[in-house]
Design a protein around this ligand. Structure first.
Ligand SMILES: [Fe+2]
Ligand SMILES: [Fe+2]
Length: 170
């Protein structure tokens, strides 16, 4: 079979995108371990890192990547991706509320692990989108990468972005 044609930037995008999802995956798995251990200082530290990394990631996905995918998937599936983000933001807010307590009960730790697990499938689902990004034009992929750079440069964490910039309420 012939090697399918794809824009030169597509492989770069896929690598960058995969690397970001690896970071989020590892952060979430560590967060789950920290909640299981009811280790509040570690929970707060990892939660802070995950919120910092996911803010720019979600932002450029919603500002440039997901809208471009409507041409391939239509609005319905892209709507599902946005709803996934709503759920992640809501779950993350609850995790922060739990992390701010002076201690955690075993039941709260179980609740937190369940919440972290509810976030994880979006990480793997989202990473699969890069197979569709290969069908974007070179200039379109460049635009997505530029919006990524801008989002990283602005550096808003998940909650700051969701509260102040995101057009959609979670
Ligand atoms: Fe993603
Ligand atoms: Fe996403």
């Amino acid at each position: 079979m012939l090697e399918p044609a794809r824009p030169p930037l597509a492989d770069h995008f896929t690598q960058v995108f995969r690397q970001e999802h690896r970071g989020l995956r590892d952060g979430l798995l560590e967060l789950s371990d920290a909640f299981t251990a009811r280790d509040l200082p570690r929970i707060r530290q990892v939660l802070h890192a995950v919120a910092a990394a996911s803010g720019p990631h979600f932002r450029y996905e919603e500002e440039s990547l997901y809208p471009g995918l409507t041409r391939i998937f239509g609005w319905e599936y892209v709507g599902k991706l946005l709803t996934d983000h709503d759920r992640v933001i809501t779950a993350a807010r609850r995790l922060v509320a739990l992390a701010e307590q002076s201690e955690l009960t075993p039941a709260e730790a179980v609740e937190a692990v369940r919440l972290v697990r509810s976030i994880l499938p979006h990480v793997s689902d989202c990473d699969g989108l890069s197979i569709m990004v290969e069908r974007f034009s070179e200039s379109h992929i460049r635009a997505v990468l530029e919006s990524r750079e801008m989002a990283i440069g602005d550096g808003h964490d998940l909650f700051t972005w969701a509260d102040r910039l995101r057009p959609r309420a979670a």
